[in-house]
Design a protein around this ligand. Sequence first.
Ligand SMILES: Cc1cc2nc3c(=O)[nH]c(=O)nc-3n(C[C@H](O)[C@H](O)[C@H](O)COP(=O)(O)O)c2cc1C
Length: 189
Amino acid sequence: MRIIVAITGASGVVLGSRLVEFLKSKENKGKYELHLITSKSAKKIAEYEEVNLDESRSFADYCYEEDELDSSISSSSYRIDSMVIIPCSMKTMAAIANGFCDNLITRAAENILKLGKKLVVVPRDTPLSLAAIENMRKLKSCGVLIVPPNMAYYYKPKTVGDVTNFFVGKVLDVLRIEHNLYNKWKGGD
Ligand SMILES: Cc1cc2nc3c(=O)[nH]c(=O)nc-3n(C[C@H](O)[C@H](O)[C@H](O)COP(=O)(O)O)c2cc1C
């Protein structure tokens, strides 16, 4: 399975790095061909949030900068199965929702939408502007899977790592990828 993971400059860059780590973990060896795109802002946020994006890049099969619009994945003829933008800034979400594709992340997402493939967006901001809500509505109407990193308490998280795993697990759920990152609700009986 060929997956593009894009990390943009919203808070929660660790979510992208954890997803990359999971997809390229020993238990998933050889299952996923991972194409990783990082935006310029993502690198800045990674410094603030002390996330090692170089390590994520070392796990990926192919790495791109946001301005590499001449790369293979910029073309819709390059076969990609799904794409996840995690975390997704309101800026990147606005660009995709409105067809403004001036970097490799928004261009690759546009290709995914054109071809009716799976696009998962993990929008991170709070509170939300009306524009962000409208852009989410537009994306949803194009079939985009919107998985905001919203907290839940029922699984009794104890550490930030537990919370990160929960959010990443929710993304894996919509991709239909098996995982043990959080304990799924099994009913209240
Ligand atoms: C410390 C910090 C945290 C930020 N967090 C968010 C955020 O959670 N959500 C968001 O939409 N933008 C956030 N931003 C603003 C984005 O980084 C900015 O809009 C940027 O242009 C996004 O670019 P990109 O989508 O190309 O990565 C943050 C900026 C800084 C400096």
